[in-house]
Design a protein around this ligand. Structure first.
Ligand code: PBG
Length: 334
């Protein structure tokens, strides 16, 4: 296939000569509507705690989160994703606090939806912020993460979130069969509008380290890892099988995670399934770019926007990113 006349008739640089031509022929663009903003919420009032490994990201109490939600609306960010910091005293081996209807997440969801009904709210369905051992599921005597009993708890958690008024539930646990079980339970409960964004291809990645500091699960997790349920970084075909299963079980949207090191997976998923596909630029990716920028080694705003545009080019319909507010502000300025 020839796309171009041979040199000198064909000179690709003609289309790069000035900014109007570059703007005219650009194939992909980033918009604030492509961004989902993940935030960390904690109990209390006027509480704002920095997270050392995620410069610029803070754990906020609800009163301080409301103005952030307002900014998302003003900037055209369609969805905020909530992650809870759970009091250590409420953590148990089975993570029962995850489906407490009066727990932190249901209260925060209800408040955000009443103040900003037009802002989409998404919640994580996973037990790791709630378990005393920091794993995403229930353990047997040997420490193996049980699948089916965990799915039963995840269903309760998703229903609790849905009843609190959340728009999107996002199971990030990687148990088998959880999407189907949650979808059935939502239908049964009459919650037919609750959307499911499945963390379908979620890898056992070392890039989640700063997130685990943020929700306070890293100390509990200790030296153990999540390789018996999250995917092996060496696999690519398996991601397609996972996505196929989640679509068949009733997912409305699928996700690949982490992001930048897995853009090949994003592209394969989009090409194969043509469904709404998202990617998560995770905490470690954020930390990496921030650290380099703070050292003056990289241009913060330029690498931020370039990294996010790369997700669009790879086929993602949207990106979960801790840069969402900063990026949306820059995009607004043009
Ligand atoms: C919980 C969950 C994790 C992330 C999102 N949901 C951590 C994990 O699986 O250990 C990571 C997000 C990030 O690193 O930014 N299941």
């Amino acid at each position: 296939m020839t796309f171009h006349a041979p040199f000198p008739a064909g000179r690709p640089r003609r289309l790069r000569r000035d900014s109007f031509t570059r703007n005219l022929v650009r194939e992909h663009a980033l918009h604030s509507h492509d961004l989902i903003y993940p935030v960390f919420v904690q109990e209390g009032e006027r509480r704002r705690d920095a997270i050392a490994s995620m410069p610029g990201v803070e754990r906020l109490s609800l009163d301080l989160l409301l103005p952030v939600a307002e900014q998302c609306v003003a900037l055209g960010i369609p969805v905020m994703a909530l992650f809870p910091v759970i009091d250590a005293r409420l953590k148990t081996p089975n993570g029962d606090e995850a489906f407490n209807p009066d727990g932190l997440i249901p209260r925060v969801v209800a408040s955000l939806k009443s103040h900003f009904p037009e802002l989409g709210i998404m919640t994580d369905v996973a037990l790791d912020p709630y378990t005393s051992h920091g794993q995403d599921g229930l353990l047997d005597d040997t420490g193996y993460i049980l699948n089916d009993p965990t799915v039963e708890v995840l269903v309760q958690q998703a229903l609790t979130q849905s009843h609190a008024g959340v728009d999107i539930v996002a199971p990030s646990d990687m148990m088998d069969g959880r999407i189907g079980a949650i979808r059935d339970a939502l239908e049964e409960a009459g919650d037919i509008h609750t959307r499911i964004m499945a963390y379908s291809a979620k890898y056992a990645s070392a890039f989640y380290g700063p997130f685990r500091d943020a929700v306070g699960s890293s100390a509990n997790l200790g030296k153990s890892n999540k390789k018996v349920y999250q995917m092996d970084p060496g696999n690519s075909d398996e991601a397609l099988r996972e996505v196929a299963i989640d679509i068949a079980e009733g997912a409305d949207m699928v996700m690949v995670k982490p992001g930048m090191p897995y853009l090949d997976i994003v592209r394969r998923v989009k090409d194969e399934f043509h469904v709404p596909t998202f990617a998560y630029q995770v905490s470690g990716e954020y930390a990496m770019l921030k650290a380099a920028a703070q050292n003056g080694w990289l241009d913060h705003d330029a690498v931020m926007l370039e990294s996010l545009l790369a997700f669009k080019r790879a086929g993602a319909d949207g990106v979960l990113t801790y840069f969402a507010l900063d990026a949306a502000r820059l995009l607004r300025q043009g």
